[in-house]
Every structure is written in structure tokens, then in C-alpha cells.
Design a protein around this ligand. Structure first.
Ligand SMILES: [Zn+2]
Length: 200
């Protein structure tokens, strides 16, 4: 008997112990290889995981502004927007950044933006984002963004700090090309009678 054997332990001669260890190692590696087989492993969760077809947010506390900024940041071709009250600095800044990297950004805003003290209209116009005013209605109350002809962002949510922090609002993000086309058609109709706004 090996003198390191203690009461209650299983004592094996060195060679038998080595064999036992090798058998255990072989079993462990077999299990590891089986687990790594793609057929029975779940799809990896990564940043490339597609976003849902429909996404909803509610204010206050619903990260509406963050969701809008995220979508603007992901735009590659075009952003067509309509806004009533527009004073949100993060949203206006994200639009300017998108414009600077070559995205065709065009804004149609309600006429109140001509006189509103903190309107984003002047900021956008000064940053050379194509900005238009639609004065053909009592109020141009749409709050819509269509991104890359594929994503529609809409709801009661005005692009303002108050909508994010103080109001009860809803925001819907729809990833659907057919619905985006419907909104683009309506945007085009308003664009035809809107006036270019150079800023104050
Ligand atoms: Zn119109």
C-alpha cells in the first residue's frame, strides 16, 4: 500500500491511476467536441441579431429618443422626416451626423418651427440639412421618419425633450418596406407643397 493512502480514500498503484486519469480526460474531450458540434448548439447571440419587425416604446422612461437616435445612426441612404414640434438636441444632432456621412436627410416641419424659440429647424438649416416648412394645413401634426425606404418611426412622440421626460407618449418602429412605401408616398405629397427653409 502507498503510504500516502488515507482512511476512506481509494488507493491505486501509479500506473492504474494514470490509466484512470487518461480515461477521464478522453471522456471529457469527447463531451466537449460533441457540445461544439453546430447541429445541437443554439444560434450564437451577437450584435448582428436582427432587431424585431415591430418595436414599441412609451414615455416617460421608455428610451424613445435613444431608439430614434439608434435608427438614425444606422441609416445608410435616406431619412425623410415630418415633425410638428422639434426641439430635441440629440435627434437633431444625429440627423446632422447622418447628413455629414452622406445620408440624404430631408425634413418637413410644421410652420410653428419658423417662430418657435428653440426649434431644431434653424439648427438643421444652418447645418445644410434640407429643411422645408409645410404651411398647407391648420397644423402639420405628423411625427414620422422613414429610413432607407425600409423603417418607419411614428407615434404621438414629438421630437422634443418634453416628450421624452414629461409627457405620456408612444413610439412605434416598424421594419417593413411596404408600410415604409406608404409613408414615403404621403411624405412626397407634403413635400410637393412645402417651402424651402433657409433658417433665421
Ligand atoms: Zn402638407
Amino acid at each position: 500500500m502507498n503510504k500516502t493512502c488515507e482512511i476512506g480514500s481509494v488507493c491505486l498503484p501509479p500506473i492504474a491511476l494514470l490509466r484512470k486519469i487518461l480515461v477521464v480526460l478522453a471522456l471529457v474531450s469527447t463531451v466537449a467536441i460533441a457540445r461544439a458540434t453546430p447541429s445541437d448548439s443554439p444560434a450564437p447571440v451577437s450584435s448582428a441579431t436582427p432587431l424585431p419587425a415591430i418595436e414599441v416604446h412609451f414615455s416617460p422612461g421608455g428610451e424613445c429618443t435613444a431608439a430614434i437616435v439608434r435608427e438614425i445612426t444606422g441609416a445608410r441612404q435616406s431619412i425623410h422626416l415630418q415633425a410638428y414640434s422639434f426641439t430635441s438636441a440629440p435627434i437633431a444632432q444625429a440627423l446632422v451626423v447622418a447628413h455629414r456621412r452622406g445620408v440624404a436627410v430631408t425634413a418637413i416641419l410644421d410652420r410653428s418651427n419658423r417662430t418657435e424659440k428653440y426649434s431644431a429647424a434653424d439648427f438643421l438649416a444652418h447645418e445644410k440639412v434640407d429643411t422645408y416648412i409645410d404651411s398647407q394645413h391648420a397644423i402639420s401634426h405628423n411625427k414620422v421618419m422613414t429610413i432607407d425606404h425600409a423603417i418607419v418611426i411614428t407615434g404621438s412622440f414629438n421630437f422634443t425633450k418634453a416628450a421624452e421626460e414629461k409627457n405620456a407618449e408612444n413610439l412605434l418602429i416598424v421594419r417593413d418596406r411596404k408600410i415604409a412605401a406608404e409613408y414615403e408616398r404621403n411624405w412626397d405629397a407634403h413635400f410637393k407643397h412645402s417651402e424651402y427653409y433657409p433658417g433665421r
